[in-house]
Design a protein around this ligand. Structure first.
Ligand SMILES: CC(=O)SCCNC(=O)CCNC(=O)[C@H](O)C(C)(C)COP(=O)(O)OP(=O)(O)OC[C@H]1O[C@@H](n2cnc3c(N)ncnc32)[C@H](O)[C@@H]1OP(=O)(O)O
Ligand SMILES: O=C([O-])CC(=O)C(=O)O
Length: 385
């Protein structure tokens, strides 16, 4: 069925919008299948660059392939100076995610015109690796520039996650921080067809370029119903702490639910009544990290109470953004960087989807269920409107 007779599904719930061989949320087997592997096993056993390679190229890298890939991520880690200078012109009150998205758009201008418009898998992968390499410096320095801090240069002696965290905090991360940060990046790397990936594919389906598709995905990811939830989680946990801590956590949630407000970091279109496997994995990192900040243990108690109340009252489980909001806070990451980091980590997934869309393209152009008036006529000249 097509056109006005096709069934209408608000929010496209349950609609199969594309075929893909990149990833799939297998609800029945409680697995996130990424290029045939279980994402949770990948996050447990491999480093982020290995998984990023898998997502972009479709197979796990050999030792040589990984060495070349990591070298490319190091060699291309510095964004053009002009992009950073452009960020300096943004108002200081601007949001970091908007600055990051602006920098992504600006990077398109640094590609040779033929390369920018080239939609072949090779060219998209080349551009995608360049973008991924630059994402940490762009993301960390978007924050630093807006907040009047000195910019940081990527340290080629460090691995991807360490390099990223070092530019954010300004100090070399210890092994525990680097390992857990790396694991969060892998958990974020790819997740079937969320709103942001769909946005990227819709944009790519006009044969628009990779940078435009990723910038569009960034705009989508910013929203609190999607990636913006990790920031909202951190702010909520701190709000509960400030208002009295664990002793008021249950009442805090109950009041908000009574007002029909959403508790960020819970619920999911695909998981809805099940635990997001990434959230299940990442929650175990919290007790390990809790003592890194004086308020950490109390925040962890609040975290557990909110989770319990949400399950009891709404039957809803945490999604990935719930543990990540607290983990990033415990790692001394400024809250306004939480969602930009999610986007940086999701870059390989977005690149893979743009490659796939361009390689098997058909433009997205759905229909509507029209509910407006018909048959109206503009007023005759001189007649009252
Ligand atoms: C990495 C990610 O991007 S994961 C998603 C991150 N987003 C969030 O954490 C934001 C909070 N969660 C939500 O708003 C939603 O669960 C979404 C947007 C993720 C999914 O939305 P949908 O699939 O459209 O679910 P929908 O909004 O229809 O919710 C179904 C029911 O659960 C309730 N519900 C869903 N999430 C929540 C929540 N976080 N808090 C309170 N109630 C909720 C809804 O009120 C609704 O209840 P009702 O049937 O009694 O009206
Ligand atoms: O799949 C979704 O809708 C959101 C999500 O969990 C993600 O993008 O990681």
């Amino acid at each position: 069925m097509s056109g006005p007779d096709a069934p209408y599904s608000p929010g496209l719930e349950g609609v199969i919008a594309t075929a893909t061989s990149i990833s799939y949320r297998d609800v029945d087997h409680e697995q996130i299948v990424v290029r045939g592997y279980d994402l949770i096993e990948l996050a447990r056993r491999l480093d982020y660059p290995q998984v990023a390679y898998l997502v972009i190229y479709g197979h796990l890298p050999s030792a040589d392939e990984l060495a070349v890939f990591e070298q490319a991520l190091r060699d291309q880690a510095e964004p053009p100076e002009a992009v950073l200078r452009m960020l300096e012109l943004m108002p200081r009150a601007a949001e970091v995610m908007d600055a990051q998205r602006t920098a992504i758009s600006a990077l398109a201008g640094f590609e040779a015109p033929d390369e920018l418009r080239d939609t072949t898998p090779d060219s998209n992968a080349r551009k995608g690796v360049r973008l991924l390499a630059r994402m940490p410096a762009i993301t960390a320095n978007a924050y630093r520039i807006l907040r009047g801090l000195p910019t940081q240069r990527p340290d080629p002696a460090l691995g991807f996650a360490e390099r990223f965290l070092q530019m954010i905090t300004g100090r070399r991360p210890d092994p525990q921080a680097a390992r857990i940060f790396d694991m969060t990046l892998t958990c974020y790397v790819e997740h079937e067809l969320p709103n942001s990936t769909f946005a990227a594919r819709v944009i790519a389906s006009t044969l628009s370029d990779l940078y435009g598709a990723v910038a569009g995905a960034a705009a989508s990811l910013k929203g609190p119903l999607h990636g913006g939830a990790n920031e909202a989680v951190a702010r909520m946990l701190l709000d509960i702490l400030e208002r009295g801590g664990a002793s008021i956590a249950e009442a805090y949630v109950m009041e908000r639910l009574a007002r029909k407000e959403r508790i960020m970091g819970f619920g999911h279109r695909v998981y809805m009544r099940r635990y997001d496997p990434r959230a299940y994995l990442l929650k175990d990192a919290i007790p390990e990290l809790a003592d890194r900040r004086p308020e950490g243990p109390e925040l962890y108690r609040i975290y557990q109470i909110v989770e319990r109340v949400m399950l009891r009252e709404k039957g809803l489980y945490p999604n990935t953004d719930y543990p990540v909001g607290l983990i990033y806070y415990l790692l001394d990451i400024p809250i306004e960087l939480d969602t930009p980091i999610f986007l940086a980590a999701r870059t390989p997934g977005l690149v893979a989807h743009v490659i796939e869309q361009h390689a098997h393209n058909r433009i997205f152009r759905p229909r509507v269920l029209y509910q407006g008036p018909r048959g109206l006529r503009p007023a005759e000249e001189g007649a009252p409107a």
